[in-house]
Write a new protein. Structure first.
Length: 433
């Protein structure tokens, strides 16, 4: 076993990973925010989050190009503020990458169940974990090439969905019960607006495996973010405009649905039509792209933790045959399958978003700190409009995590309690070595 990863990722593969990490957010999860704030509440929350992600992506790109290591935000915080804040950032990142995949796996099981009712949702979810963990173990270039293929299919499917549903768009449907709960609805919808873009930072976690990280990472981030913003707007407008937001939040039995696009498509074409079944079939690729990509990024984040002994050292080892972090991948998969059994997609998404926001906030602080403490650090890419971009991302991130804590107090206690417990264990065991 070694601790060195193989360099094999091109800018095109990085674009595929960047879009692939995130694209499942277009297929499910975001619709739950409509129940909190209606169309306008969710639209305002999404607009605010798009601004945050644009500013964050450019800022994070500077860090990824200057410090191209598999730990991503953890490595940046470690360098800027030392090991204590570095550990907290790394643990938050792992929580994000470990909990996002089970939410997606459950949605994959739900989509499969629509076409094949005989397939239990939970069994399908566990099955995809086994399959895609094995694919990630096989090698990063194989995994990234597969990711590119299914990402292209998933993008094409969203464009097809838009093309079929937009002719049925109606302003009256789009504005039906458009604003509920006022500004409180906007803030309550924030975690589901973040779900649209959650995971884009995973590109930084494979920086160490890119052929030319100083040039390739900036191209991967920028092109992926532009693609995702366009898809977000297309999906939001077309899905709601066909029948109103309630039609894609609640299924025919009045229960909250994890499958908003099939619900919207069912209003445009017959559920027996080939177009409807095509959406479900290819829609799975969007979910699989994010599921597979986040497993890839999560394995690298956990590996880096073990590599510098912030976690048991075996987690940081790279398999000599496959040159992939096998132990970290298997550990993350075990934890993800355990999370599956909670059966609470919305709660899993929310805790994952808490982890992401913690990562974003500390990463922006790290960028600002490193500009002061290490002005001579080689920065092949510099964030435009410095310091405004990182400060804007930082402020919106803080507002978002405060709002989420207020509206999800129990989950916030669970999340921050995990961080505190992990940090105390780190202080005890790391310092005792």
């Amino acid at each position: 076993m070694s601790t060195h990863l193989k360099k094999s990722l091109s800018p095109l593969l990085l674009w595929g990973l960047g879009v692939g990490y995130v694209i499942s957010g277009m297929y499910f999860g975001w619709n739950l925010g409509l129940e909190k704030g209606g169309t306008f509440g969710m639209a305002v929350a999404t607009g605010l989050i798009i601004v945050m992600y644009v500013c964050f992506s450019f800022s994070y790109c500077e860090l990824a190009c200057a410090i191209p290591k598999a730990g991503g935000g953890f490595d940046y915080a470690n360098r800027a503020f030392g090991k204590n804040l570095g550990f907290i950032t790394g643990l938050a990142q792992i929580i994000e990458f470990v909990l996002a995949p089970p939410a997606i796996a459950f949605a994959i099981g739900s989509y499969l169940n629509l076409s094949f009712p005989q397939l239990p949702v939970m069994a399908s979810a566990i099955g995809v974990y086994v399959i895609f963990t094995a694919l990630n173990i096989a090698g990063v270039k194989i995994a990234a090439t597969f990711e590119l293929l299914i990402t292209v299919l998933a993008v094409g499917e969203l464009l097809l969905f838009f093309g079929i549903t937009i002719p049925h768009f109606s302003v009256s449907n789009f504005t039906l019960h458009a604003s509920i709960n006022g500004w409180s609805g906007v803030f309550a919808a924030i975690p589901f607006a973040i779900w649209f873009f959650l995971g884009i930072e995973g590109v930084a976690n494979v920086a160490e495996e890119s052929v030319n990280p100083q040039k390739d990472i900036s191209k991967g981030f920028g092109s992926a973010m532009l693609t995702l913003i366009m898809l977000c707007v297309f999906t939001f407008v077309a899905a709601i405009g066909i029948g109103g937001w309630e039609k894609i939040v609640y299924n025919g039995e009045g229960s909250i649905s994890d499958s908003p696009l099939p619900l919207a498509m069912g209003l445009a074409v017959s559920t027996n039509s080939w177009l409807y079944h095509l959406l479900i079939s290819i829609g799975l690729f969007g979910l699989i792209a994010s599921f597979h990509g986040l497993i890839l990024a999560g394995g690298r984040a956990s590996m880096e933790f073990g590599k510098i002994k912030y976690a048991p050292r075996f987690i940081g080892l790279v398999n000599d045959r496959f040159l992939t972090p096998v132990n970290a991948l298997l550990l993350n998969t075990g934890l993800g399958i355990l999370a599956l059994f909670s059966g609470k997609t919305g709660d899993i998404i929310t805790i994952s978003v808490f982890g992401a926001l913690t990562l974003y906030i500390i990463s922006m602080m790290s960028l600002l700190k490193l500009r002061i403490s290490e002005p001579a650090l080689l920065r092949p890419f510099k964030v435009p409009f410095y310091p405004f971009f990182p400060i804007i991302a930082l402020v919106i991130g803080v507002i978002s995590i405060v709002a989420m804590t207020y509206y999800n107090l129990y989950l916030a206690i669970l999340y921050f309690g995990t961080l505190v417990t992990g940090f105390l264990l780190f202080l005890i065991f790391h310092k005792s070595k």
